[in-house]
Design a protein around this ligand. Structure first.
Ligand code: IMP
Length: 196
């Protein structure tokens, strides 16, 4: 048995859960929505990452009354006014990442400035307060798809300081420099210095 506090990760993504579970192992007993038998779609209807992360965490906190956190991420392209941003998952109207990348490359074709960043926001709701943690990785958008690693927009994003896309780079490199890694570090640091 463990006497670590229980913390819910409001995600249905098992890969994200496993990643965070390892990082948080010493501080909290991380439980998933599956373990809580929660399979409903969680609403994500705001127009910011912060708003969506809050909405997801609040839905689960209200339902189960346990400290809870959630994440929301997106790709923000400067020349496109921050698009696809909060709509990254369904930019072309659906979750097909090849269609999403094709639309983005098309929309960016006439622009010189190809700078962009990935951003992740974590929202943590405890019994006392609500906290936000964020991570950003800057980079540029390529003109064509390169590499097959990762998911989403990885084949068209070159992180700053590298020549290869996230689709080409070794997975361990992405894991150490990504927006999600940076936001996770902030969350872990907070959990290490406070009680839930
Ligand atoms: P989520 O909030 O982590 O589910 O991310 C929303 C969407 O942003 C994903 O469906 C992807 O299209 C995009 N995205 C987020 N993180 C990444 C990443 O690390 N690589 C590529 N695309 C990402």
């Amino acid at each position: 048995m463990t006497d670590l506090p229980t913390l819910v990760f409001a995600t249905q993504n098992e890969k994200k859960l496993e990643e965070l579970r390892i990082l948080i192992a010493k501080k909290a007993h991380l439980i998933s929505l599956n373990e809580l038998d929660f399979n409903d779609e969680i609403p994500e209807t705001t127009n910011t990452l912060e708003g969506n992360a809050y909405q997801k965490a609040l839905t689960i906190y209200n339902r189960f009354g346990k400290p809870c956190f959630s994440d929301d991420s997106g790709l923000f392209v400067k020349a496109l006014g921050g698009a696809p941003g909060v709509d990254s998952a369904c930019y072309s109207g659906g979750r097909d990442s090849h269609k999403n990348m094709a639309l983005l490359l098309d929309n960016l074709a006439q622009h010189q400035d190809r700078s962009a960043y990935f951003k992740t926001v974590f929202c943590l709701i405890t019994h006392d307060d609500t906290y936000y943690f964020e991570g950003i990785v800057d980079g540029i958008i390529t003109t064509e798809l390169r590499g097959t690693n990762g998911f989403g927009y990885d084949p068209i994003f070159i992180p700053k300081g590298f020549d290869q896309t996230f689709g080409e780079l070794d997975k361990t490199i992405k894991k150490s420099i990504s927006h999600r890694a940076k936001a996770s570090e902030q969350l872990i640091e907070f959990l290490n210095s406070s009680d839930l």
